[in-house]
Design a protein around this ligand. Structure first.
Ligand code: FAD
Length: 327
């Protein structure tokens, strides 16, 4: 048996590792130039930013054994400072239960975890799969023949691939938020704050999440400088998805100064990442979607929850479904 996996994000990598460990040959097809998907890190000048998932909370799930026992831990850091909440930019200590959950990051960026997970897997990078074909019970993907296929792109993209087979699944209710992630590097030390992240739980303010990248890991900025990522609320991100970066910056910089002081008015490094499908707000149900899968299994956070550890878990589940059917 040979399995094709579309997408080398966390779910695809988890599926790939699980099948490879069971001795099944797998090939991953990934449209980007590297693995990781929304476990994404970007360098801008001398600054390093996690533009997607900012921390990973393995919570006893399958990814915990991978991160803490199976993979190299030399870059792994446990984030000690808490997450605070904000109401109209006034910071308050966050929820104690939420802050008791161990959270991790990687010194050189969270995408490092994807590189570790990808090690040893056969991945065709820069390869967008835009259709699947079924022939005599097997599947053709990018001109190669496979017995089974696992689809891990966000559900609207995975649905297009299902349609190319003339199939549809009960995924219509799955919905994703979009998110603008704004990266800022300042020629200032880390602001004197007790948290590594600040969240507006109610999502009333356009600034939903502030990640202090160089508090998570000082390696994210040169000495005496700091790196910050702002994630904008779903409403702001939707309204400004097409707005040019300079205009968005005009909105956000006064909020940054309000939080940290007027010295944080003029960044020396700036970039923006637009996530069309950032995290699902409504998910589809893994079991119903994959009940009569006929060799094509869907996985990913759209069938679990918008978290790295849950996306990973859905990849393991997808691999298990395929292994159960192995003759
Ligand atoms: C701004 C933001 C902040 C977040 N914060 C956190 C956080 O702090 N903690 C947390 O746990 N989670 C967080 N998340 C969520 C987490 O990143 C995701 O839930 C998880 O990474 C999803 O993994 P996945 O494998 O399901 O999907 P993806 O990572 O999207 O992987 C799918 C892959 O498929 C590829 N692909 C798509 N279509 C095709 C195609 N046709 N052919 C080939 N390849 C294709 C994509 O390039 C991608 O690499 C955040 C996400 C975002 C965007």
């Amino acid at each position: 048996m040979r399995v094709a996996i579309v997408g080398a994000g966390v779910a695809g990598l988890a599926a790939g590792r699980t099948l490879a460990k069971a001795g099944i040959p797998v090939v991953l097809f990934e449209k980007s130039r590297g693995p990781g998907g929304r476990l994404a890190t970007r360098k801008v000048d001398d600054f390093t930013f996690d533009t997607g998932a900012t921390s990973i909370a393995p919570r006893g799930l399958g990814i915990q054994a991978a991160m803490l026992q199976e993979l190299d831990t030399s870059e792994l850091i446990e984030i000690k400072s808490p997450i605070y909440t904000h109401v109209n930019l006034r910071a308050h200590p966050g929820d104690a239960a939420r802050n008791a959950i161990p959270r991790y990051s990687y010194r050189s960026g969270n995408n490092h975890l994807a590189k570790l997970l990808a090690n040893g897997l056969e991945i065709r990078l820069n390869t967008t799969v835009d259709r699947l074909e079924r022939q005599n019970g097997a599947y053709e993907v990018e001109g190669e023949r496979f017995d089974k296929v696992i689809l891990t792109p966000p559900i609207p993209q995975a649905s297009l691939l299902l349609w190319s087979l003339g199939e549809s699944r009960p995924v219509a209710n799955a919905r994703y938020r979009s998110c603008l992630s704004i990266m800022l590097g300042f020629n200032q030390p880390n602001p004197n704050v007790p948290y590594h992240a600040l969240i507006d739980v109610e999502q009333r303010h356009p600034l939903t999440w502030v990640s202090m990248e160089s508090i998570k890991s000082q390696a994210r900025a040169p000495d005496g400088q700091c790196a910050i990522v702002l994630q904008m609320s779903p409403a702001y991100s939707q309204d400004h998805y097409q707005t040019d970066d300079a205009r968005v910056l005009k909105d956000v910089l006064p909020w940054v100064s309000q939080l940290f002081g007027s010295e944080y008015r003029e960044p020396i490094a700036v970039d923006t990442k637009r996530w069309k499908y950032s995290q699902p707000e409504i998910t589809a149900v893994f079991e119903s979607v994959n009940r009569n899968h006929r060799g094509v299994v869907l996985a990913g956070d759209g069938l679990s929850a918008g978290r790295v550890e849950r996306a990973y878990e859905s990849g393991i589940e997808a691999a298990r479904l395929i292994l159960e059917e192995k003759p």
